[in-house]
Ligand binder design. Structure first.
Ligand SMILES: NC(=O)c1ccc[n+]([C@@H]2O[C@H](COP(=O)([O-])OP(=O)(O)OC[C@H]3O[C@@H](n4cnc5c(N)ncnc54)[C@H](O)[C@@H]3O)[C@@H](O)[C@H]2O)c1
Length: 265
């Protein structure tokens, strides 16, 4: 039986990835900042009966030693880690860069960029020893060089995550590690991330933004199902698994007049 470890998975995309990996018979290790949220998430995952087991461990991705402990925990529990997903992330307050505090800047870079680098390092050390495994990192706004007021630090992090992941895939190949590395691009999902910055501070979304989200956005479970299906079938290094392609976005805008979705009622 295979095992997947997902950071930041008490809710949102990470939780739903865990849910669909279970359907494929995986053992899942969920992890997040707060134990009580993980207990709740595990309870929800266990509501559906699948063979795969669910375990949890708190892990702050800004701390390398906690990621090392998470890997050790998963290996002890399930003997192996086959897939590792660096999913934990925070949104930024909708402010220009000079309006952010030093603490806010550091939190965004530490979670969104360094958390992904640390997680990849820990997983790669382990998987390259075993000459097998897959690491996936999550792209986001800015990965494709888009710019927007209020998303500078988040976009900087995600642009760097994209560069980092492509370089890691190249390193994995050159060093003949037997490990594959890929990018997951989830488009726009209506989660706590969309409506809150730095974890818990509510973001006041404009009517225009809500309209765009209603057209382009999806529930995290819809996106997670697609991403898990593709990850399960992927054996190639350096892939990008992309939910909201340009073609899909174009059709969504073209048919927006018929769109009945309203995530903000
Ligand atoms: N929601 C979107 O529209 C969207 C779009 C593109 C990319 N993404 C990316 O998808 C990923 C998941 O986002 P989501 O929408 O599910 O968000 P979410 O806020 O619902 O979930 C993120 C999780 O990460 C956890 N987390 C935050 N800081 C952490 C830390 N230091 N250590 C460990 N866990 C931490 C949170 O507690 C939370 O459970 C993120 O990387 C995000 O950047 C989201």
């Amino acid at each position: 039986m295979k095992t997947v470890v997902i950071t930041g998975s008490a809710r949102g995309l990470g939780f739903n990835l865990a849910r669909f990996f279970r359907e494929y018979g995986f053992n899942v290790v969920i992890s997040d900042l707060k134990e009580e949220n993980l207990v709740k998430a595990k309870r929800n995952l266990m509501k559906t009966k699948y063979e795969g087991k669910v375990s949890y461990k708190t892990c702050d991705v800004t701390k390398l030693n906690e990621l090392e402990e998470l890997l050790e925990f998963a290996v002890k529990k399930f003997k192996n880690v086959d897939i590792w997903i660096n999913n934990a992330g925070v949104n930024q307050p909708q402010k220009a860069i000079w309006e952010l505090s030093k603490k806010e800047i550091n939190t965004i870079l530490d979670v969104d960029l360094k958390g992904c680098i640390y997680g990849s390092k820990v997983a790669m050390e382990y998987m390259s020893e075993n000459h097998s495994g897959a690491i996936y990192n999550i792209e986001g706004y800015g990965s494709n060089d888009a710019h927007m007021l209020g998303l500078n630090m988040y976009g900087t992090s995600k642009r760097a995550v994209t560069y980092f992941t492509e370089s890691l895939a190249q390193e994995a190949e050159i060093k003949n590690t037997g490990v594959i590395v890929g990018k997951l691009s989830p488009g726009i999902m209506i989660t706590d991330f969309t409506t809150h910055s730095l974890g818990d501070n509510a973001i006041e979304l404009s009517e225009k933004t809500k309209k765009v989200y209603n057209i382009l956005g999806d529930k995290p479970e819809t996106v997670a199902k697609f991403l898990v299906d593709r990850m399960i079938r992927n054996h190639k290094n350096g892939v990008k698994i992309n939910w909201l392609t340009n073609g899909k976005a174009f059709v969504r805008f073209l048919t927006a007049g018929f769109n009945k979705k309203n995530f903000f009622e």
